[in-house]
Design a protein around this ligand. Structure first.
Ligand code: BYC
Length: 317
């Protein structure tokens, strides 16, 4: 392609971004735009899949049939989200198996939050309320992201996440209004998940290497710190409503700005977790690797069946 043609394509791409016209799989796009999307969408997909593990851990121990059915449905929803996202990444030319192997070898990241253990039933409440709550805050603006297939996948994901957030808050509300021991369980889960939930939004804006370019391409619609602040503002009153305390001595409401000011995040812990040294990183990756190995026979059988069908159709003309 001549330099002139390339400049023209670049101009047309930029004009579409500025006019809020979605970029679709067959459209020309800069290589770095494609790479950034593949990175973000596959990491997002991995997060959904790894995110099934801490909650899956409690399906057999849910306190009653209703709770079990709801948790089972939630974990299945997360699998569905992972599948839409891998499909969206495939429209950009990513190879699903390679992407999954990149997660297994540590080359590709997944959300830091899923490297923390789930120690009690109350953690199911804290995850739904805080983790899905943070996920919604981040993902609602992604329904307007500039890449069509990612934006459309997010619409359905957000509807389901909204149900997840409510079921989590309902668990927390029930425990917080229960016996003193139940209330203590809810408070303990909030104490352990609050700071990791704030870390889900990523490094502070000053240290986020991808934000400026992703905002210019309208892949991201808000910065990490903007979304983190929105989450804190929405969640603090919810904690107060059910009589729980946010574990932050520096938390205070600023009457002038209308925002909740919060303490310093332990960034050393965050970087440690995303480097692979969190409490459960090794276990999560081992479990995913084992799931891939144990599911090999299913994939082989499905492939053999599909090949047979193709052969039959060919013979039948
Ligand atoms: N954990 O320049 P930055 C869910 C990485 S919800 C691990 O700010 P970017 C679910 C980042 O990837 C969770 N890594 O990057 C909920 C980059 O590394 P590389 C999933 C993190 O992309 C309930 C580096 O740090 N949601 O799935 O502009 C139940 C520098 O960061 C984290 C999504 O993925 C982190 N917390 O912004 C079940 C939403 N934060 O690639 C499942 C889509 C940052 O340079 N993703 N990093 O090696 C996004 O919106 C953005 O990618 C982020 C980061 C806001 C996460």
């Amino acid at each position: 392609m001549s330099e002139k043609d390339s400049i023209e394509l670049q101009k047309q791409f930029q004009a579409k971004i500025e006019a809020d016209i979605k970029i679709e799989p067959k459209d020309w796009m800069p290589d770095d735009y494609r790479k950034t999307l593949i990175r973000q969408i596959t990491q997002h997909a991995h997060s959904e899949i790894v995110g099934m593990l801490p909650e899956g851990n409690w399906i057999t121990r849910a306190p009653n049939l209703r709770r079990k059915a709801v948790l089972l449905a939630k974990v299945q929803d997360e699998a569905g989200h992972g599948l839409y996202l891998y499909s969206a990444a495939e429209t950009l030319g990513a190879d699903r198996e390679e992407s999954i192997d990149d997660m297994h070898t540590g080359k590709a990241k997944y959300s830091s939050i899923f490297n923390y253990p789930t120690l009690s039933w109350a953690d199911m409440g804290a995850i739904g309320w805080l983790v899905d709550g943070a996920a919604i805050m981040n993902q609602v603006p992604l329904c307007r992201t500039s890449y069509g297939p990612y934006a459309r996948a997010m619409v359905r994901v957000c509807k389901e996440e909204s149900f997840h957030q409510r079921q989590g808050y309902e668990i927390m509300t029930t425990l917080a209004n229960g016996t003193p021991i139940q209330k203590e369980m809810a408070q303990d889960a909030l104490n352990r998940f609050w700071w990791p939930a704030l870390m889900m939004f990523g490094p502070s804006d000053a240290n986020s290497k991808h934000t400026a370019q992703s905002m210019a391409w309208k892949i991201k619609r808000h910065t990490n710190d903007e979304l983190r602040q929105k989450f804190v503002d929405a969640t603090v009153p919810q904690a107060h409503l059910i009589g729980l305390t946010i574990p932050d001595a520096d938390l205070k409401f600023n009457e002038e700005t209308g925002h909740w000011e919060f303490g310093e995040i332990n960034w050393e812990e965050f970087y440690n977790v995303i480097k692979g040294n969190g409490p459960c990183n090794k276990k999560r990756i081992d479990d995913r690797r084992k799931a891939k190995e144990n599911g090999m026979w299913v994939r082989e059988a499905a492939r053999a069946y599909a090949d047979k069908q193709k052969e039959r159709m060919k013979k039948a003309g």
